[in-house]
Design a protein. Structure first.
Length: 329
């Protein structure tokens, strides 16, 4: 005798998609899981068989809960868009000339940049853009979720798309140029060449530290330079890697385990954003290359730069994101 699926079975069939939607709207998986759990509690209270379109009903609930949560964030610096490290693909960065597959890599990098700038959109714009452009939901279904007509929802998504593409296209630098800047940064940090670092780092560089309990955001070069200065003697090995198709940095501790993964944004030949993942638990879940056996020279491929170790220990505690302006320029 076959058992009739219950509410839990119906819900679980949609859970992964709901979490994916919420994570891209809210910017981090923890909040997304909370929203989806609340959607389950509401779904479980409904009369069995009373919902004809379960997928649509659940998407509507998750969408509206996400909008409510975004509106409740009164401090913009608390909207920490954590999409960089949702499911990063990390591999050794091969400096071979670009081939046909690099068009795919550039598309993936652009997609990451698009998601990153979602944090600048209004709640309704974020949701309309995510549902239509990333999950192919028709505007007739998006409209009721954001409290607008289908035509108004289309205009909202179009406005969001213009903002996102306008911001993101400036973030994606050609891979060889991006690699050169990352290599120069690593070499300058290793050698303590602060004049070179001032040329590489944008004066308004944003430094995100994704720790175990908080995402700290700082603005300006001063903190980055101080971190490098304090930690040059630490025993870590650093190598350039590819993170979602773009060159970044991975640091391993003395025991060979990763201590920091750094995604770097390069614009106009300068590093404008550094996102450092230092949460050891999350790092352990990511498939990363093994640590290099030793320092192999001064070419940027291997090194003993302490940059990552210093940043790893400077994220602080608490649950708020903070923003600090550079006063030492």
């Amino acid at each position: 005798m076959t058992e009739t699926p219950g509410p839990a079975d119906d819900f679980e069939a949609h859970r992964d998609r709901l979490v994916a939607v919420a994570a891209r709207v809210l910017g981090n998986r923890a909040d997304a899981e909370d929203v989806v759990q609340e959607a389950w509690l509401r779904f479980a209270r409904q009369e069995p068989g009373s919902i004809r379109n379960v997928a649509g009903w659940l998407t509507t609930v998750v969408g509206r809960l996400s909008i409510d949560l975004l509106r409740s964030r009164t401090n913009q610096t608390e909207i920490a868009y954590d999409v960089r490290f949702l499911e990063p693909h990390v591999e050794l960065d091969d400096p071979a000339p670009d081939g046909p597959e690099d068009s795919v890599i550039r598309a993936e990098a652009l997609g990451l940049a698009l998601l990153t700038v979602l944090g600048s959109l209004q709640p309704e714009e974020r949701l309309a853009f995510v549902l239509h452009d990333l999950f192919a939901m028709p505007f007739a279904e998006i409209g009721p979720i954001i409290g607008r007509t289908a035509d108004a929802a289309k205009m909202t998504a179009s406005r969001a798309r213009r903002k996102v593409h306008g911001a993101a296209t400036g973030q994606v630098t050609g891979r060889p140029q991006h690699r050169d800047v990352v290599d120069a940064f690593l070499a300058a940090a290793r050698d303590g060449d602060f004049e070179a670092l001032l040329e590489i780092l944008d004066p308004e560089v944003v430094w995100e530290i994704h720790g175990a309990r908080a995402i700290t955001v700082r603005s300006g070069r001063a903190d980055v330079l101080r971190a490098i200065s304090r930690g040059r003697s630490a025993d870590v090995r650093v190598r350039r890697v590819s993170i979602d198709g773009q060159p970044g940095l991975l640091a391993w501790g003395p025991d060979g385990r990763p201590v920091s993964l750094m995604a770097c944004t390069v614009e106009n030949g300068r590093m404008t954003r550094i996102a450092s993942l230092t949460d050891r638990t999350r790092l352990a879940r990511i498939d990363v290359p093994p640590a290099p056996p030793a320092r192999l020279g001064r070419d940027g491929r291997y090194g003993a730069s302490s940059t990552a170790t210093t940043w790893s220990g400077s994220s602080g505690g608490g649950r708020r994101s903070t923003r600090e302006k550079d006063t030492d320029r």
